[in-house]
Design a protein around this ligand. Structure first.
Ligand code: HEM
Length: 467
């Protein structure tokens, strides 16, 4: 959020709220909420934007797809993601692909990916054990960005994909997402063919990813044609998914777009929320103690199995509360397909609606003391009587995040594994700041001091004594 000593840029005659949105999206939305209430009107140059921060109106927007559609074909995110589920604007073809992709993320199939997820986590922890002295300071956010990309790409291709010379690296994906977001905020950005440094870098990143995806898809098709056994990973499942009406499978272009969408949508969001969860536990020592107690009681120093996760309710509640306070998708956009009235406004076709998820999660009518970290808001008693539309980190309605189960399983595994093995505390010498782009990143990462909680000897089986 905005530094309190800094002033939010004023509305300007031609540009409207665009300078304030670019300076600090969350502060600009907060100003709108304060001045106008649950439905607030903004202007970004010639484009009208309406912010929605009440559960009732959010439910209406997210469930009425005839009136509120995804952004149109000019959505800059499509430059990176193509026509994957997240960016497809045509409802009919989106529905066809959603029906093909959704079964891949059913609970049973996500549970089958647990072993791959755990391999990635254990490799990261083994690196820490080997390379970090007690009391070492690391940027935890960078580590989490790496491990979450490792997880989703290994679940996709069954092989480690990230390396310094690979086209797939957390910083490349992060750059591509930020680039497209800045274009969304700035309708006057130079066209993509102008050889600005930003356009050139984006072009190189996307070109590299396209080549890599084409190679992976071609190799897999060849393996299948040669009668080699399937790998039962996400790529196999996407290739085998069939349209229930026609029996058709996805084309190579559709596969490329769904793979890139999964890699982009499926790693940074989880990494960011985990980073905030560790930060919140770090500044709330009472909660940190309770969570560690839960982890130690259930796991006693061993890595968590998939069957352990339901026995770690507080871990899940911490993640839900981190998603409330710092939703990694702080806004969810829509575009009006019909004229409509929202709050006091008659809204024209083609206007942009932003579900102001961050504002909604701090709405005092639904969240007492919204700035206080309290995971018990998500215990069964804490949830009772609260609208399901008051907590929208994964969106809602037909476009509800298809990877929600994947994200929750991965997050619980990471939180329990790290907290069981390491004492993690924010280093006060490094500032922490949120920066809202498409996701709500900690601007300077999260520097933490790490102390191993378990001597490595307890983790490895004892060697037989030599007489
Ligand atoms: C904490 C982690 C995550 C958060 C906060 C999150 C958030 C969201 C949100 C808010 C949406 C709705 C967008 C809209 O309505 O326009 C969404 C959609 C989507 N998410 Fe996630 N997501 C997360 C993890 C994942 C993971 C792990 C995957 C894949 C493995 C994934 C894949 C997708 C896809 C493909 C869509 C588009 C769904 C559709 O429109 O049919 N997400 N996500």
């Amino acid at each position: 959020m905005l530094n309190p000593r800094q002033r939010l840029r004023p509305r300007l005659p031609l540009l409207g709220d665009a300078p304030a949105f670019r300076q600090d999206l969350l502060a600009a939305l907060a100003r709108g909420r304060f001045e106008q209430g649950d439905v607030a009107r903004y202007r970004l140059g010639p484009v009208e934007v309406y912010g929605v921060s009440s559960p009732e109106v959010a439910e209406r927007v997210l469930t009425d797809s005839d009136t509120f559609g995804k952004l149109g074909p000019d959505n800059p995110l499509r430059l990176a993601l193509g026509d994957g589920l997240l960016t497809r604007s045509d409802h009919e073809s989106w529905l066809r692909n959603r029906r093909m992709v959704a079964p891949i993320y059913h609970r049973r199939r996500v549970e089958a990916m647990y072993t791959t997820m755990q391999e990635c986590v254990e490799e990261m922890l083994a690196r820490w054990d080997a390379e970090l002295a007690p009391g070492a300071v690391i940027d935890l956010h960078t580590q989490l960005m790496h491990v979450t990309l490792d997880i989703v790409s290994r679940c996709m291709f069954s092989t480690p994909m990230i390396s310094a010379d690979s086209a797939l690296r957390p910083e490349s994906v992060e750059y591509a997402v930020t680039y497209t977001f800045l274009r969304l905020q700035n309708p006057a950005a130079p066209p993509t063919w102008v050889p600005t440094p930003a356009n050139r870098r984006f072009g190189t990143i996307i070109g590299g990813l396209d080549d890599l995806m084409a190679t992976m898809i071609t190799e897999r098709r060849q393996e299948l044609a040669a009668g080699l056994p399937g790998k039962e990973d996400l790529l196999d499942m996407l290739m085998q998914a069939t349209d229930a009406d026609t029996g058709d499978r996805m084309s190579d272009t559709e596969l490329r777009d769904e793979i890139i969408t999964t890699l982009a949508a499926g790693h940074e969001t989880t990494a960011i929320t985990l980073t905030w969860a560790f930060y919140l536990l770090s500044i709330n020592p009472g909660w940190r103690r309770r969570v560690i107690e839960e982890v130690d009681t259930v796991l006693g120093g061993r890595p968590p199995t998939v069957a352990d996760l339901p026995r770690l309710p507080l871990i899940g509640q911490v993640f839900d509360e981190a998603l409330r306070m710092f939703p990694s998708s702080p806004t969810v956009p829509r575009q009006t397909r019909k004229p409509v009235r929202l709050g006091p406004y008659d809204i024209e076709v083609g206007s942009r609606i932003l579900i102001d998820v961050h504002g909604l999660h701090r709405n005092r009518r639904h969240w007492p003391d919204p700035d206080v970290f309290d995971p018990l808001r998500f215990s069964p008693e804490g949830r009772a009587g609260r609208s399901r539309w008051a907590h929208l980190p994964f969106g809602g309605g037909p476009h509800l995040c298809v990877g929600k189960q994947f994200a929750l399983q991965e997050a619980q595994l990471l939180l329990a594994s790290i907290l069981g093995r390491y004492d993690v505390r924010h280093h006060p010498g490094y500032p922490v700041d949120d920066r809202a782009t498409i996701t709500l990143r900690p601007r300077h990462g999260l520097h933490v001091v790490l102390h191993p909680r378990i001597a490595p000897a307890r983790l490895t089986p004892a060697l037989p004594k030599v007489a």
